[in-house]
Design a protein around this ligand. Structure first.
Ligand code: NDP
Length: 326
């Protein structure tokens, strides 16, 4: 097996020299075990904050994949079956079947299996429950989402449109703004080039926002909270603008807005919804089949390029879900 391991803990933005490619010979299979081969791997922002607590130097980097069973001593997992696994950045691995998730049973033949890591996988389920269960969008609401051209954000905006919202997105390049318009966002702005976030938010929706799906945190949230309508709802899904910070964040300076606007602000972790994945996946697959939900993938080819794919995603090089093809 080829695997990417962590040479040293990340400091600031992850760098190529933090990763090392190692070759290991896997042992032969015991009874009940199976050998899987990764087909697609996922690079996700959570890897950056979670590595510190979950990894020690020399460990395989955290991550998930779609993998195929290539050898099996376990009748429940026959050769040729495809599963989503959390085996980290590796081409091959041995499992006893624990923690392997079969692809949804109604997976259409014409859909790439990589979507099990994106629009129909963890990011899709995040967008679905994070938006519907916390922001609770209603017809006519104005919804704001940042990192809007990414895996989660692009789905949040489209689900908002399905629910009858006016949707405003922000992203870090003009190419991404074009993409947002293509997938149905009503308004989009480039947070890197606007002279004032507050003005950009006001221009996009002079009446303010009912729902705010936050993937970014930091200064963006400071500005966004000021533009919320009374009784607005906020899903705190991510804080990617702060993942590379070495000093813990302080504040929140925005508390008076939460008070006087009587806002509801709740953190969201998709793992909490593990038991309800199938329900969300069924709906996401249906919306895709009906053409109501468009997906986009940003593909990096070659396992050897996985660190570059990860670093690039954190810098915003991806439109849609960042995926590695082995
Ligand atoms: P994306 O596909 O959105 O990729 C990350 C994007 O973040 C980049 O493309 C970049 O886009 C943007 N970004 C990077 N740095 C900054 C910055 N300093 N300020 C603003 N934007 C930045 O990733 P995901 O869709 O997988 O994840 C999006 C967010 O959702 C992350 O915060 C992630 O941690 C969170 N998440 C949370 C989950 C949960 O259970 N709570 C589950 C899954 C994801 P741009 O060009 O716009 O800068």
């Amino acid at each position: 097996a080829k695997s990417w391991t962590m040479v040293r803990h990340f400091e600031g933005a992850p760098k190529p020299e933090d990763f090392k490619l190692v070759n290991t010979e896997l042992p032969s299979l015991k009874d009940g075990e199976l050998l899987l081969e990764s087909e697609f791997l996922s690079v996700d922002p959570y890897i950056r904050p979670y590595s510190k607590e979950k990894l020690k130097e020399g460990d395989i980097i955290l991550g998930s994949q779609v993998a195929r069973v290539v050898e099996s001593n376990n009748a429940a997992f026959p050769v040729g079956g495809y599963y989503v696994a959390y085996a980290g950045w590796t081409t091959h691995f041995i499992s006893d079947g624990t923690g392997l998730d079969a692809l949804p049973s109604n997976w259409p033949d014409n859909l790439p299996r990589s979507l099990a890591l994106g629009a129909v996988g963890m990011p899709g389920v995040t967008a679905y429950y994070g938006l519907l269960e916390i922001c609770k969008p209603k017809e006519g609401d104005v919804l704001l989402v940042n990192a809007a051209a990414g895996a989660v954000g692009s789905l949040v905006g489209q689900i908002g449109k399905i629910k009858g919202c006016k949707v405003v997105g922000s992203a870090g390049s003009d190419e991404k703004l074009t993409f947002l318009k293509e997938i149905g966002f009503d308004e989009a702005f480039n947070y890197k080039t606007v002279s004032s976030l507050a003005e950009a938010l006001k221009t996009a929706s002079p009446e303010g926002y009912d729902c705010y799906f936050d993937n970014v945190g930091g200064k963006f949230s400071d500005a966004a909270l000021q533009q919320m309508k009374d009784f607005g709802r906020i899903t705190v899904c991510g804080a990617i603008s702060q993942y590379n910070d070495s000093v813990p964040p302080s504040g929140p300076y925005i508390q008076p807005y939460i008070l006087f606007k009587q806002l509801l602000m709740q953190g969201f972790l998709v793992w909490t919804w593990k038991n309800r994945y199938p329900e969300a996946q069924k709906q996401l697959l249906q919306w895709i089949a009906e053409g109501k939900l468009k997906y986009h993938e940003h593909i990096t080819n070659g396992f050897e390029n996985m660190p570059a794919g990860f670093i690039g995603m954190l810098k915003g090089e991806n439109v849609g879900k960042a995926i590695i093809i082995v």
